[in-house]
Design a protein around this ligand. Structure first.
Ligand code: MEV
Length: 328
């Protein structure tokens, strides 16, 4: 069992938020996903509570209403899995976790993954574990199991490394690489304000896949063709084509039954107001939609229009993703 080497952490430990551009749900079954880690992050600071066992959380993240309470039990499980994975005993001296940061937790933005990434990094400092980036990512993957039983690993990978990443789970192992691209991506991200349970939605898709295997295989084939083209469009800076492919991916999500009226309303509104393309992002049945804008000015105008005239969108953010040099 590990002993704390410091009473409190000094460094800022973070995990990025993410937006899935292609491949939610299909990635669970081995398909390639394209995911953008965004600049906003969750930060974690730790204090040892000498003589007081257990783990407590002071959660100051600026979440959408209801999110923190609805996710509290899953968060407790996730944190427990990380402590167990890192072999940290809190039965004598406990740990108080302070969460904060600029990321607004809402369903779909990778808040759970950014939580367990930032926690893994902070525990590495407090217990002198010297975790590598890969080990942080793996620890967060284990923690994600608390938030939902069968994570693909795409969220924790984006939360650990940031930037634009191609991710797939190949025979149970994570395989990922940076996607090189020339033009920045300007994204408008809209939340329905509905907190979805990833466990339930992923479980529902699994049931459908088992009931109708041929239908699922056909959808997966369509998706694989779509993401292959999408990667090429990103790499060559063909944003118009990229937008069309986002629309196609959204249609596949609708067939998979993971979209909902609110997401469809947002996606249609963004397209009618100039977006190059738009789709749901993440778990679905609530959560987020993401629209691609041609440039920063267009992302401003889409975001303004959504705020003024799209009641299905309860929260709106603008994110940009810039080419990132570092390798993984
Ligand atoms: C959730 O952000 C993405 C899903 O594909 C689940 C996963 O990949 O673990 C729905």
């Amino acid at each position: 069992m590990r002993r704390a080497v410091v009473e409190r952490t000094e460094q800022e430990h973070i995990g990025f938020g993410k937006v899935i551009l292609f491949g939610e749900h299909f990635v669970v079954y081995g398909a390639e996903a394209l995911v953008a880690g965004i600049q906003e992050y969750t930060s974690c600071r730790l204090e040892l509570t000498r003589g007081r066992p257990g783990v407590s959380v002071v959660d100051k993240r600026p979440a959408v209403p209801g999110y923190i309470v609805e996710k509290a039990e899953e968060q407790r499980l996730a944190h427990g899995l990380v402590f167990r994975h890192l072999n940290i005993d809190t039965t004598v001296d406990g740990v108080r976790i302070h969460l904060g940061g600029s990321l607004v937790p809402s369903s779909g933005i990778g808040a759970s993954a950014s939580d367990v990434v930032s926690l893994s990094r902070a525990l590495s400092e407090m217990y002198g574990l010297g975790l590598s980036e890969q080990e942080v990512n793996h620890s967060a993957f284990v923690g994600e199991g608390g938030y939902h039983g069968t994570p693909s690993g795409v969220d924790n990978t984006a939360a650990t490394f940031g930037g634009l990443i191609s991710y797939r789970r190949d025979h149970g192992k994570a395989a990922f690489s940076r996607v090189s691209f020339l033009k920045p991506l300007f994204l408008v991200v809209c939340s329905t304000g509905i907190t979805a349970s990833t466990t339930k939605v992923v479980g529902g898709v699994r049931k459908l896949k088992e009931e109708k295997p041929a239908w699922f295989t056909a959808l997966l084939e369509h998706y694989n063709a779509c993401v292959g083209e999408a990667k090429a469009a990103i790499e060559t800076g063909n944003l118009v084509r990229l937008g069309e492919l986002m629309n196609r991916n959204h249609a596949l999500c609708q067939e998979l039954t993971v979209s909902c009226d609110e997401l469809d309303a947002i996606v249609n509104f963004c397209r009618e107001n100039g977006a190059l393309g738009a789709k749901m992002s993440g778990t679905g049945r609530g959560g987020l939609a993401v629209a691609l804008a041609a440039d920063a000015a267009q992302s401003d105008s889409i975001a303004d229009a959504v705020r003024q005239r799209c009641p299905a969108a309860k929260f709106v953010w603008k994110y940009s993703v810039f080419p990132k040099e570092s390798s993984l």
